[in-house]
Design a protein around this ligand. Structure first.
Ligand SMILES: [Zn+2]
Ligand SMILES: [Zn+2]
Length: 291
């Protein structure tokens, strides 16, 4: 395998015919298989959401194919030395990002700020910054002074917002990893009576491309083997995927089997979780029981 893998993410809210989704899925499945691509693509009647990896050439072909399908689309590109995904999958879903509120329907751009515009507003205005991601993502990096809703899944966002009592007279700036969650989070806040709401276009990934070591502090959690990317969008050197809970882990341990592994701070408190895998954990539990 080549020493560099290209990775690209994109999403588009465009109406796709329900009747055509199965054909589209099959076509995209063959497209990726023919090029030995990896990654996850979600399709729904509201659009497409994909993060895929492959050779630079296959990624170029992928972009041409998707542009043909949904029109102009923005890409977030990065590279890694190893495949970040195990397999190639294309799935039909009810939503391309799960808010579970059918009343929220994205069409066109609303309140988008380019990283440059975001940066000026962030520095200049009296703003409230809201992180639309889950708590385990916020834990390893966020914008300076951003509010962490402390949610475990995106569909908890509307209920959180309802109780948060954010100041209605202030500008609210929202962000997520690549921008897709904010598309729905912004409409949710508007439906709750907020009228001065903005979203970071392209999310943290687009911001870091432009402003590494700016107002985003720490690393950005991503949903693949890289676990996180650093300020220069390189695979994290700090975090590994905790084998016990799936969160980002930065505690280096040596397992009973001899393997070096990163685990998270929570799991580190439990003796049997200072192991490299569920399997080794079971082994340690068995030894404890028998001793
Ligand atoms: Zn853990
Ligand atoms: Zn082990």
């Amino acid at each position: 395998m080549s020493s560099s893998v290209s990775i690209t993410s994109c999403y588009a809210f465009v109406p796709l015919e329900a009747a055509g989704l199965e054909d589209l899925r099959d076509e995209l499945l063959s497209f990726g298989r023919a090029r030995d691509m990896r990654g996850l693509t979600l399709i729904a009647t509201e659009g497409i959401n994909a993060t895929v990896s492959g050779t630079a050439e296959s990624i170029e072909e992928w972009k041409v194919r998707l542009k043909d399908l949904v029109g102009e689309i923005e890409w977030k590109d990065s590279v890694a030395s190893k495949q970040p995904f195990e397999r190639w999958s294309v799935k039909i879903k009810s939503e391309i990002v799960g808010l579970k509120d059918p009343a929220i329907c994205v069409s066109g751009k609303r309140g988008h700020l380019s990283p440059q515009e975001w940066q000026s507003m962030f520095e200049r205005d009296d703003v409230v910054v809201v992180d639309a991601r889950n708590a385990y993502e916020v834990a390893i990096g966020k914008f300076r002074s951003a509010i962490d809703p402390g949610i475990d899944a995106f569909h908890e966002f509307p209920a959180w917002a309802k109780n948060a009592a954010l100041p209605k007279e202030k500008k609210i700036l929202m962000y997520c990893t690549g921008g897709i969650r904010c598309e729905k989070a912004l409409l949710t806040l508007e439906a709750q009576g907020y009228h001065d709401v903005y979203q970071l276009e392209g999310g943290i990934l687009a911001y870091l491309e432009r402003f590494p070591h700016g107002d985003f502090e720490g690393e950005c959690f991503v949903f693949d083997h890289r676990v996180a990317v650093d300020q220069h969008l390189r695979p994290s050197q700090t975090y590994g995927l905790c084998p016990h809970c799936g969160n980002a882990g930065d505690r280096a341990i040596t397992c009973v089997c001899g393997k070096e592994q990163k685990i998270c701070g929570d799991c580190e408190r439990e003796e049997t979780r200072k192991t490299c895998s569920k399997r080794c954990r079971n082994e340690v539990q068995r030894r404890v029981r028998n001793s």
